[in-house]
Design a protein around this ligand. Sequence first.
Ligand SMILES: Nc1nc2c(ncn2[C@@H]2O[C@H](COP(=O)(O)OP(=O)(O)OP(=O)(O)O)[C@@H](O)[C@H]2O)c(=O)[nH]1
Length: 246
Amino acid sequence: MIINLTGHRRKAHEETVPVFVHPWLRPPLCYNSSITLPPLHMDLTMDANIAVLGKESVGKSALTVRLLTRRFIGEYGDIQSVYSHSLAVDGREITLNIWDSPYSQDFCVETSLFAKKVRWADGYVLVYSICDRASFNTVCRLVHAIKSARDYLDAGKAPIIIVGNKRDLHHRRTVPSEEGRLLALKTDCPFYEVSAAENYHGVLMVFHGLVGRMRDAKPHAKRPLGFRGIVKSMSAVFTRRRMDSF
Ligand SMILES: Nc1nc2c(ncn2[C@@H]2O[C@H](COP(=O)(O)OP(=O)(O)OP(=O)(O)O)[C@@H](O)[C@H]2O)c(=O)[nH]1
């Protein structure tokens, strides 16, 4: 069973990005992000699977938990979960199933967990830390690995969003924004710089951007992941319980 962690379904107007953002809420840098209204004939509900990928400690769980709870709790433990979350985008009810998992270097397209994620997902959020060059290099590799794996699996194209996280730590920056933007241009992916620690709206824009890119995708039946206990309650995040069923 998929548990909606928000506990309730929101009305369309509750999740739109406000026009006014308080000055101390650092706005995210975002490029190539446009959300357009769906055509009138389009189904007003959509179900999408999203894999959040990236090297260790870049803030994958922080981004996910920020989206789900609007909160930054600091420490997340070594968790692996699929969360369900509803968003309203331009009058369309979107249910996002978000798979947040630790990084693995095994990119084998036949046997790895990576291949499973590639097959399962309709869209990807690739995260690096602006203070960690190695994590940026990992995202470069991931973009290509996902594209070739989807080709190999004959899975078609799927949107990928590149996210430079920890923007609040600009004094420790080792990856300039331009490099992120250049990678995005080369790979035709939208790019955002955000701080999961400081700003909910930046994180929301990342997922809105991904949904915007998915807007032409047809709703499809959910693909099971093939193991039990993939969905857990937010209380498990706060108590840092490990999922042993993976
Ligand atoms: N300053 C700052 N710290 C952040 C931010 N996002 C995450 N962190 C911190 O970075 C550390 C790692 O965050 P996680 O969300 O656990 O990172 P992860 O990518 O899920 O890590 P793994 O589970 O190891 O794959 C934690 O101490 C977070 O508090 C951010 O935007 N700014």
